[in-house]
Design a protein around this ligand. Structure first.
Ligand code: MIG
Length: 718
């Protein structure tokens, strides 16, 4: 073991010769130190960490996973997996996020930088032990020390580098479906949004826009002129966001296939031939995203679409998902043939069934192909979790070549720690289940702790039929998630915000308009988190250390001013909320209406009608509210409103920038620093306007602890 001091409070313990994952940005200096906070068991080929947890210890983090914000009690396996049935005992979803924080008398963060299989047994097998099993003995372990959860998180986020920042329009509402299959249907969706007066910034193109599911091709029949169509749609206010899949179809004459073969850019099997798996297009090869040159090549292909006016993409199937391989299929078919005319008992019958069930995403297949990493052949299984990461990196690096100072929208299904620098993620194929709203709520802070700020779930659920109530309640939560997209699979009930009944459309319209009105806050808080290595969503205990806040799993802090308590149960007329200090409750029906209630510290049942989104403004904090428009770019926020809940004084920094470029990195952004101070029965307002902000007028609703409202208006001179 070699120890490095990487940064203040962060040590790296290196075992063997780990493969570089590029998760962490700093090397660090060697030091003499063997003070690991846990036991290490090294076996011949594997490695295990054991940590004795105190009764009260909680475990946070682990990103995209099932179960609680506190992960204690579960087993989680980092091995990116295309599993479309997210039930509580599933151990792997699409991401591999090996960072956790132990919160007890001892507080520290652990990041296991190993890109193959890692199992986190968080007191499942042995209730008092955190046991981390690694499939290898070459790895880096980072230990992050700090006195609070936020401090540990901030340090970890500093270690792995600044978050990806999407264009501002990507904070608008987005509509997806597998599939709006041709230009006519896409246009009809757009017309529906316009007709129903529901804001929306983009419409997605799922796999059917391609010719035979071939990456970077466009169906001539369904989208005869994508360039002019994209332009027309943009003029109506909608950007088109095509999907890109990991597998490249094997087809003579298809240029991407031919080039990949020519240049040796595909993953290979043990005999050195391009590895064959089957996904959407049938048989495909997998681009070797771990090979720099292949990455560059694939990344440059996005230009074929950006040249047509496309400004955003989603990268799918990049775990990589495998439907079947020849090996698996052959074994299964042999088994079927052997079973023919047999009297199958329960065991042989199950084995027969399983032989097909186990065709997809089989570890045997993952073990049977190789990457070329800087000239070294590496078995895929060892670096499995880097695949989607590097596909998305390929895209991001491609965009840099295409137009370095322009922000593109890009997010991925599979991911590993560090990918957050290149793009966002969505949380894959959930269901239209109430349980999945709650899962979504719990996952968001965990994802943020692992760096993934631009993230969100398929709102209203991907699989299964949504009723209007579920779509509404889910949208009332998702309106706070940076990626705010409604998506569903083929064959299920339509769930666009106008797809139900007039009343529900009205509620969804108001809910989506609320999102647009909150953009100054949501976007500003996102940017602050991204620039300060912070989270946007946090569990309550990041700010409150009382005995209840520690255990709250169904309320979140959003940015610095808000707490939310979403409704995630069918037919609920309200819910219980833990309020850790006085807060101002605003049940929003429509963002232009104001009605507040001061809530005292304690447990409360709050009534929440189906048309209401409850928002809690924290004490001595402010919420900025702008205006809505049908697109982000059309919003006029020269006049904004602030709701402030003031005991004595508060300061808030309203951040904004051009929303399209990276100039904010060069100090080009706007800040309005707003101070409110209570003096006797009045308030003193102080405004410092930095940069060339467009805000001309701010209307204040200042509410005190007794609920008295003072209205003020400040006009900002140039
Ligand atoms: O095997 O492209 O998670 O969002 O609609 C399914 C079709 C492939 C999975 C993605 C989903 C997408 C679907 N894809």
């Amino acid at each position: 073991m070699v120890t490095y001091k990487v940064m203040e409070g962060i040590k790296k313990y290196r075992f063997g010769e780990p493969i570089s994952t590029d998760a962490v940005l700093f090397e660090g200096d060697k030091i003499k130190d063997e003070s690991l906070p846990f036991f290490i068991l090294q076996y011949v080929d594997t490695f295990e960490i054991k940590y004795k947890m105190d009764n009260g210890d909680q475990i946070f983090g682990l990103g995209e996973n099932q179960r609680g914000i506190n992960k204690r009690g579960g087993v989680f396996e980092s091995y990116c997996c295309d599993d479309a049935f997210h039930i509580p005992d599933k151990k792997s979803l699409y991401g591999a996020h090996n960072f956790l924080i132990v919160n007890g008398i001892n507080k520290f963060g652990v990041f296991i930088d190993y890109p193959g299989r890692v199992v986190f047994d968080v007191g499942f097998t042995h209730k008092d032990y955190l046991e981390i099993k690694i499939d290898d003995k070459d790895l880096d372990i980072y230990i992050i020390k700090g006195s609070t959860l936020r401090e540990i998180t901030n340090k970890f986020l500093q270690l792995i580098g600044k978050s990806y920042v999407p264009p501002k329009w990507a904070f608008g509402f987005q509509q997806c479906r597998w599939s709006y299959k041709d230009a006519k249907e896409v246009e009809a969706v757009a017309e529906n949004f316009i007709k129903h007066d529901i804001p929306c910034d983009s419409i997605y193109l799922d796999i059917d826009y391609m010719e035979d599911f071939k990456d970077f091709t466009i169906s001539k029949e369904r989208f005869p002129n994508l360039k002019s169509f994209a332009e027309k749609m943009k003029n109506k206010g909608f950007r088109l966001i095509p999907i890109i899949d990991a597998g490249v179809k094997i087809e003579k004459g298809y240029d991407i296939y031919e080039e990949g073969i020519d240049k040796g850019y595909f993953c290979i099997d043990k005999d050195g031939n391009p590895f064959v798996a089957a996904v959407w297009p049938g048989k495909v090869h997998f681009p070797d995203f771990l090979n720099k040159d292949a990455r560059k090549w694939f990344g440059s292909k996005y230009k074929l679409l950006t040249d047509l006016g496309i400004e955003g993409f989603w990268n799918d199937m990049n775990e990589p998902a495998i439907f079947y391989t020849d090996r698996g299929l052959k074994e299964a078919i042999n088994f079927v043939e052997d079973s023919k005319d047999q009297n199958l008992n329960i065991y042989s019958f199950f084995k027969l069934k399983d032989s097909f069930m186990e065709l997809s995403n089989n570890t045997k297949d993952y073990k049977s192909f190789y990457h070329n990493m800087d000239g070294k052949l590496i078995n895929h299984d060892k670096v499995h979790n880097l695949y989607g990461y590097n596909m998305t990196r390929a895209a991001a690096e491609g965009f840099k070549e295409i137009e370095a100072n322009k922000r593109f929208l890009i997010f991925s299904r599979a991911s590993y720690i560090g990918m957050h620098r290149y793009g966002g993620i969505w949380t894959g194929d959930n269901h239209s289940w109430w349980e999945h709203i709650l899962l979504n709520i719990k996952m968001m802070p965990s994802l943020n702790m692992c760096g993934f700020l631009y993230s969100g779930a398929d709102t209203a659920g991907f699989q299964g039929d949504a009723n209007s109530q579920l779509a509404i309640r889910w949208t009332q939560f998702s309106l706070f998630t940076p990626l705010f997209r409604n998506h569903s699979t083929m064959g299920v009930r339509k769930q666009e915000p106008y797809a139900f009944d007039i009343e529900s459309t009205q509620v969804l319209r108001n809910t989506i308009k609320l999102r647009y009105a909150l953009l100054p806050y949501i976007y500003g808080e996102y940017m602050k988190a991204a620039r300060r290595n912070d989270v946007y969503f946090a569990p309550l205990l990041f700010e409150y250390d009382d005995r209840y806040s520690k255990h709250v799993e169904n309320q979140l802090l959003v940015g610095e001013s808000l707490m939310i308590a979403p409704i995630y149960e069918e037919n609920a007329q309200g819910r219980y909320v833990w309020i850790p200090e006085e807060m101002l409750l605003w049940k929003v029906k429509s963002y232009n209406e104001r009605s507040f209630k001061v809530m005292d510290e304690g447990h409360h049942f709050i009534e929440v009608g189906i048309d209401e989104t409850p928002i809690f403004i924290r004490k001595n904090k402010m919420l900025i509210i702008g205006n809505h428009a049908n697109n982000v770019a059309d919003i006029d926020n020269s006049e904004i409103n602030i709701i402030a809940f003031i005991d004595d004084e508060a300061t808030y920094t309203y951040y904004d920038d051009d929303g399209i470029s990276y100039e904010f990195n060069n100090g080009i952004y706007w800040e309005v620093i707003i101070g409110i101070k209570k003096i006797d029965d009045d308030y003193e307002i102080n405004i410092e306007n930095k940069g060339n902000n467009l805000v001309k007028r701010i209307n204040f609703d200042i509410v005190d602890l007794y609920g008295n409202i003072t209205k003020k208006t400040v006009v900002i001179s140039e």
